[in-house]
Each structure stands twice: as structure tokens, then as C-alpha cells.
Design a protein around this ligand. Sequence first.
Ligand SMILES: NC(=O)c1ccc[n+]([C@@H]2O[C@H](COP(=O)([O-])OP(=O)(O)OC[C@H]3O[C@@H](n4cnc5c(N)ncnc54)[C@H](OP(=O)(O)O)[C@@H]3O)[C@@H](O)[C@H]2O)c1
Length: 249
Amino acid sequence: HGRLGHGGPRESRVERRLACRLMGNAWGQAPVVTAHLSLPCPGMWGLVNNAGISTFGEVEFTSMETYKEVAEVNLWGTVRTTKSFLPLIRRAKGRVVNISSMLGRMANPARSPYCITKFGVEAFSDCLRYEMHSLGVKVSVVEPGNFIAATSLYSPESIQAIAKKMWDELPEVVRKDYGKKYFDEKIAKMETYCSSGSTDTSPVIDAVTHALTATTPYTRYHPMDYYWWLRMQIITHLPGAISDMIYIR
Ligand SMILES: NC(=O)c1ccc[n+]([C@@H]2O[C@H](COP(=O)([O-])OP(=O)(O)OC[C@H]3O[C@@H](n4cnc5c(N)ncnc54)[C@H](OP(=O)(O)O)[C@@H]3O)[C@@H](O)[C@H]2O)c1
């Protein structure tokens, strides 16, 4: 799924998801796949967990429903889908490739609903990699940088819609303490983010291809520009006090 993933014609993706829903489980792809395989099934080589949604908003502006909604797709979707396919992948000594994000390694303000799910995907992938090692299954994580401009994760329209809903549903105390001006400034900042990032997603596709086909796939792939790569190295390798001094403004 998705522009960072393998895409495919819209009709067939809709069909696939419809089929899954007909199974009474939006993530029950394994029964759909096995139904089309001749038995005894030799297994399945690769699973790419790419489906993801995103949102933004400071912690005090974000409802619990929003936190749960994003986690349902990004984190629980990854866990559920992996568990469904694992018996097939284990038989083939195949591959699991989880699409995380640079925001699965380092946090950013106003992105907590997304970051916590991607940190979860990273932890899940690490546990799975340890567990699967002796069984011959290889698990890789792809951590794309900023490709917002190339994908439909955000658009100015979706940002405005999210912002309106968020403001309307804010508790009175939060609205009063922060004020509309502060809120609008944050939304405007998010809007500029929409058109940022790389429009060439081929490094992500190359990473996924390598993870699926190379004899020795990497544990982590970092398709991102130099600025974000350096920032990630600083945040993950230096003491928090130092990276805070550089990045908290
Ligand atoms: N864009 C970036 O800058 C960026 C950076 C780092 C990581 N990522 C990650 O890359 C992955 C792909 O995102 P993208 O940027 O390509 O965004 P996208 O263009 O919006 O694609 C997201 C994909 O997820 C699918 N999806 C969403 N909710 C789903 C659900 N409930 N069930 C099944 N499929 C669902 C969508 O399917 P439909 O099209 O059928 O709705 C779509 O194909 C995500 O995991 C995202 O977090 C993106």
C-alpha cells in the first residue's frame, strides 16, 4: 500500500481491503491469501507492513480518540498483520519489512500521536528480529525521512480539517490558556511542513527491495536526507542534554 510502498492500481487495493472486510476483519489478510494457495502451502516469502496514517497536534491539543485511531493502524495493524502471516513466513524462512519512520527513532514536537506508534513499531520489530533469528526469518525496519511532499500523508486541506475539529473539541481550559493565536500559529507551521521534503521516493523503494531480496538484509534502513540523518545520529548517540541544547528552541 501507499506511495512509499508498492502501490498498485487503486481498484485492486480497494478490492483487497474489501475482501479483508468481508472476512469480518479488516486486517484478516492471511485467510484471504491462504484461500488462494494450493495446499500444502510452502509458505510466503515477504510481508511489508506499510499502511500508515498520521496526524499532528501538541499533547494538550490531542484527544485520546486520536491517539487510539493512529495506533490502531500504525501499531496494532502492524502487530496484527505480522501475527497473521508469521506462520507462512516462518515456513519459507522469509522476510518481514516494517515501515517505521525517522520519527520512530527521534521525537518531534506536535507529533506525539504518530511518534509513539512508530517507536512501538521499532520495539516490536526488534523483539521479533531477536525471536526469529534462530528460525531463519529476517526482520528489517525502514525509517523514511521526510517525503511529505511526495505522498498523501498530509495536504493543506487535511490539515485545516484536522485543525478545525481539534479546536472545536478542545477542553475550555486548554482553549483559554493557549488562545486561538498560539493555536493558529502552530497550524500555520504545520501547513508549511506539508510541501516540504523529498519528492523522490526511490530511496524508500530501494530500501524495501533490498530488505526483501538481499542475501543479508540490513536491520535498519535510513532513506532520508543528510540534515535528518545527522539530526537522528545526534539525538540517538549523544546525551539528551546536548541534543536538547541543539534542537529545543
Ligand atoms: N510520507 C512520509 O514522509 C513518511 C515518512 C516516514 C514514514 N512514512 C510511512 O510510510 C508509510 C506509507 O505512507 P505514505 O507516506 O506512502 O502515505 P500514504 O500515501 O497516505 O499511504 C498510506 C497507505 O496506508 C494505507 N492505509 C491507511 N489506513 C489503512 C487501513 N486502515 N487499512 C489498510 N490500509 C490503510 C492507505 O491505503 P488506501 O490508499 O487504500 O487508503 C495507503 O495506501 C506509512 O507507514 C507512513 O507512516 C511516511
